[in-house]
Design a protein around this ligand. Structure first.
Ligand code: CA
Length: 221
């Protein structure tokens, strides 16, 4: 049986490209334009995954996400406009699994849908070798806390809170370096390199921070 995806998007042209791409991959897609229709459809039958546009004629995708989250932990992807940096952070705080910035390639969306569905097929695992202590802002390995700088801590903690989830570089820049606007992709890459070295120094596998080509980084557990 095909997996059903709920697509909430009021712009027909965007919806059409996604419908075509997702249906070509074998998904069944229910496309809706209004927040209230999406919630009504959701109440009738829960989809395998929801793709929510943020700006809608009768509300916004965040409220739809909140409403869905009251009864379900289904995977949710937001579609956001490129300039809406704040939306990405808010979306993640609301418990979205991912977001895609407009303009996007339908293939990228399909790749993310597949990745999320693969991940959510199993229970989310905690990382067995690292322990995050949010209170003291430390991350412990087998033999004690890792000697991390402030941004190294924030970067590893971000990955550790959501094992397996792929974070794009721009996502990491806004989540980790929110108070340091002068960052670039290279800042992220350089810190990942340093973190891998410190993990190795602590007797752990540096490669537990995985690089995903064209997508970003995740923590393997
Ligand atoms: Ca819209």
């Amino acid at each position: 049986m095909p997996l059903r995806i709920l697509l909430l998007e009021d712009e027909q042209a965007i919806a059409d490209t996604l419908l075509y791409a997702l249906q070509s991959e074998g998904f069944e897609v229910q496309h809706l334009r209004l927040a209230r229709d999406a919630l009504a459809a959701f109440a009738q039958q829960q989809p395998a995954l929801a793709i929510l546009d943020v700006g809608l004629p009768d509300g916004n995708g965040f409220d739809v996400c909140r409403a869905m989250r009251q009864t379900s932990d289904l995977p949710i992807i937001f579609l956001t406009a490129r300039s809406e940096e704040i939306d990405r952070v808010l979306g993640l705080e609301l418990g979205a699994d991912d977001y895609v910035s407009k303009p996007f390639s339908p293939r990228e969306v399909c790749a993310r849908v597949r990745a999320i569905l693969r991940r959510s097929a199993g229970p989310v695992q905690a990382c067995p070798v690292l322990r995050l202590d949010e209170g003291s802002q430390r991350i412990h390995g087998a033999v004690g806390p890792l000697p991390l700088t402030r941004y190294e801590y924030r970067l590893l903690a971000t990955l550790l809170r959501r094992p397996q989830r792929i974070f794009s570089r721009s996502e990491l820049m806004s989540l980790v370096w929110e108070d340091a606007p002068e960052t670039s992709d290279r800042t992220v890459d350089a810190h990942v390199k340093l973190l891998r070295a410190k993990l190795r120094d602590a007797g752990l596998a540096g490669e537990m921070i995985q690089t995903h080509r064209h997508m970003g980084y995740s923590l393997r557990v």
